[in-house]
Write a protein that binds this ligand. Sequence first.
Ligand code: VGL
Ligand code: ZN
Length: 201
Amino acid sequence: MKALLLIDIQYDFLPGGALEVPGGDRIIPVVNRLQPLFDLVVATQDWHPPDHKSFARNHPGKKVFEQVELEGLPQVLWPAHCVQETQGAEISAEISQHHIAAVFRKGMDPAIDSYSGFYDNGHRRSTGLAAYLQGMQVHEIYLAGLAADICVFFTALDSLAAGFDTVIIEDAAQALKEEDYKKAMQRFRDAGGRLLRSTQL
Ligand code: VGL
Ligand code: ZN
């Protein structure tokens, strides 16, 4: 079975959002066109409490995009984004919702960030996504969403590590920073991942 994972296609990562990915909205029609081609579509949703430690505002004297240490890990401080129950945390209504079988939320623990849809950044706790996909007999995972250099990338690495055949759909994922994206995709390929364009599916 082939699954399409839609990573964090939420208003706060789209143009006009609190942590907008430039051009992030370009992926929406591509994602909608792809959904019917898969056996299963699953979404992730960044879902932070207001006191989340990845927010610069929760570190007095620190600025957005500064780096600190959190639970022994390097942490970029973000503008407050995807706060639980706010409009910015909603998955875009422009994404066809009827194909989405399940939504896995992440980033609820205020003490640690969670870029991957599978685990927090310290790989301490699982979201249950790997077991869910295995239970659904999924062997191939295709990724789309935001941001390509952060949450799509880290989800893709964990997907490979869990043993799934893993593909990032290049034109269905948009990066926050182009230089980071290039490095990330090199690491992804080195780990055994593949990049395809939506027209190749
Ligand atoms: C993301 C930064 C912070 C993402 C989530 O979805 O790529 N990036 N939280
Ligand atoms: Zn976040």
